[in-house]
Design a protein around this ligand. Structure first.
Ligand SMILES: NC(=O)c1ccc[n+]([C@@H]2O[C@H](COP(=O)([O-])OP(=O)(O)OC[C@H]3O[C@@H](n4cnc5c(N)ncnc54)[C@H](O)[C@@H]3O)[C@@H](O)[C@H]2O)c1
Length: 255
């Protein structure tokens, strides 16, 4: 699928990997509808991108709010050709901590936003994409999800985050298989360490130390490198039903 004149919903589009993807897609001639729980970041990112970008504040976990994003995209730009699911949260705690067991509400919140939120955006966007006129090869749409290398090498404290990202990887193939009949591809990116506000919580020294753990190149990934892979996934019709690591060969240590 070519980017030009196509319309994409980008969840978590106000910041980091989602915002970089929105920028690259608009440069490629696409329309983007950014959905983010953070209205300030979402509005700022969308307004910098001009008339081909819209922002709708939304919590990806909420059915009605995601439906409103889908409706806004279809109304503003005619249809939806793809959804890029970047909304996500981290969080770390020991399962059997010194003071207390892992707080269940924290575990549920990470699962809700990362898993239910991703699934919610996929299912409601797909209801529009299945009705698209088929393009080359009968293609009607593309779904791009964001997992993490923590799904494979979760560190101590990451039980919830790793479980949530593992679930995104696990749902990739069954959804790709189901959507094959509609000509909709489903691909997941598993990033390593990327320099975004999510990682920005760490002090600069800690970020440098993390960068040194990447075999090559010895640095954190840039958000535009994630965006570039997302663009390739849109454009390359043979990518489907797979999770692609984007990580400079990092394999995370236990802690
Ligand atoms: N940065 C990294 O190193 C890294 C590595 C692996 C995976 N990831 C994943 O990439 C994705 C994007 O992360 P990022 O690094 O760009 O972080 P980020 O914090 O810059 O962006 C995440 C965005 O998601 C939004 N968001 C959070 N909860 C939401 C909700 N309930 N509804 C709607 N929007 C919500 C936030 O407001 C934020 O704008 C996440 O899923 C993250 O887990 C990031």
């Amino acid at each position: 699928m070519k980017l030009s004149k196509k319309t994409f919903i980008i969840t978590g589009g106000g910041s980091g990997l989602g915002a970089a993807t929105a920028r690259l897609f608009v440069e490629g001639g696409a329309n983007v509808v950014l959905c983010d729980i953070n209205a300030e970041a979402g509005n700022e990112t969308a307004s910098a991108l001009g008339d081909n970008a819209k922002f709708v504040q939304c919590d990806v976990v909420d059915e009605d709010q995601v439906q409103a994003v889908v409706d806004a995209a279809a109304q503003s730009f005619g249809t939806i050709d793809g959804v890029v699911c970047c909304a996500g949260v981290g969080g770390s705690a020991r399962v059997a901590g010194r003071e207390a067991a892992y707080p269940l509400d924290q575990f549920k919140r990470i699962m809700d936003i990362n898993v239910i939120g991703t699934f919610n955006a996929i299912r409601l966007s797909a209801m529009v994409m299945t009705k698209n006129e088929p393009g080359e090869d009968g293609e009607r749409g593309v779904v791009i999800n964001t997992a993490s290398v923590a799904a494979y090498e979760g560190q101590i404290g990451q039980a919830a985050y790793s479980a949530s990202k593992g679930a995104i990887i696990a749902m990739t193939l069954p959804i790709a298989r189901e959507f094959a009949q509609h000509g909709i591809r489903v691909v997941t990116i598993a990033p390593g360490l990327f320099d975004t506000p999510l990682l920005g919580r760490h002090p600069e020294e800690k970020k440098q130390a993390l960068a040194m753990t990447v075999p090559f190149p010895k640095r954190l990934g840039r958000a535009d490198e994630f965006a570039s892979l997302a663009k390739q996934i849109v454009e390359n019709g043979m990518l489907n039903g797979e999770t692609i690591r984007l990580d400079g060969a990092i394999r995370m240590e236990p802690k």
